[in-house]
Design a binder for this molecule. Structure first.
Ligand code: IPE
Ligand code: IPE
Ligand code: MG
Length: 245
């Protein structure tokens, strides 16, 4: 296991938890078995993030495109979401974790919306790990939603907004408002794409791809990803200070 450099610990890690289906298939199990095992990996990673001292952890649990999966699989995912919220909300609260959900929750069954609202309310004053769950989330939808809010704002003001106002307001209208941009994005299962995740906040995020399938993701994988992040030279369009004349 590679050593973590505490000084360069990313404040915000985002994870695309992918590969549940393949994990199940490789064991001749039905896909839901992979999703169930994936929940265990999720619980382990939340615990690990708290121990490591990461401030924000964002997990992609269900994309706005995942509704296009077979009806049975979507129902199973909804069942797991419901059961996770029912059984884990008190645990999150006990561990001083603050939960925030991004995405269009209105599309979920009413009882799930209530569970999400209650979990956010219960944990809102917690001061430990900020856990952000992206559920029915799409990066483009988020930007479009923010653009619509901007248009409403201009309409209420009855004037054209200045460019500076748009620059200042747009990030505030995103569902990710108040959450720092992720410094590290991990995607499991060998896929190397963003799949409509945090498009705006990922402008300068470091990406680490691992072949590990999500249900097998462990503390070692997160430590390895942070160690890899530590080796990156983040320039943000500049050049290294040592190269400046
Ligand atoms: C990630 O695993 C879980 C969700 C997208 C909900 P997948 O279900 O995408 O697993 P693979 O990619 O088919 O292996
Ligand atoms: C992205 O995984 C969404 C989540 C992990 C929740 P997908 O499996 O849906 O992404 P694609 O279809 O392979 O791009
Ligand atoms: Mg997948």
């Amino acid at each position: 296991m590679e050593e973590i450099d505490k000084k360069k610990l990313p404040c915000h890690i985002a994870i695309i938890m992918d590969g549940n289906g393949r994990w199940a298939k490789s064991r001749n199990l039905p896909r839901p078995a992979g999703h169930r095992k994936g929940i265990e990996a999720l619980q382990n990673v939340i615990e690990a993030a708290g121990e490591i001292g990461v401030e924000f952890l964002t997990l992609f649990g269900f994309s706005s495109e995942n509704w296009n999966r077979p009806k049975d699989e979507v129902s199973e995912l909804m069942r797991l979401l419901r059961s996770y919220l029912r059984s884990q909300t008190a645990e999150l609260h006990k561990n001083n974790i603050r939960l925030r959900v991004i995405g269009d929750r209105k599309a979920f069954d009413k009882d799930i919306v209530v569970l999400i609202d209650n979990a956010e309310r219960l944990t809102s004053e917690n001061t430990g790990l900020n856990l952000v769950m992206a559920l029915n989330y799409g990066g483009r939808q988020d930007i479009l939603h923010a653009a619509n809010l901007l248009a409403d704002h201009a309409w209420r003001e009855k004037r054209k907004l200045t460019e500076d106002e748009v620059n200042a307001l747009l990030p505030q209208f995103l569902m990710t408002a108040g959450i720092p941009d992720p410094e590290l994005m991990i995607r499991t299962s060998g896929e190397q794409r963003i799949s409509n995740f945090l498009l705006w906040p990922c402008a300068y995020t470091e990406f680490v791809f691992t072949d590990t399938l999500w249900p097998d993701f462990s503390r070692k994988d997160i430590d390895d990803a942070i160690a890899e992040f530590n080796k990156r030279d983040r320039r943000f369009g500049r050049i290294k200070t040592s190269q400046a004349q």
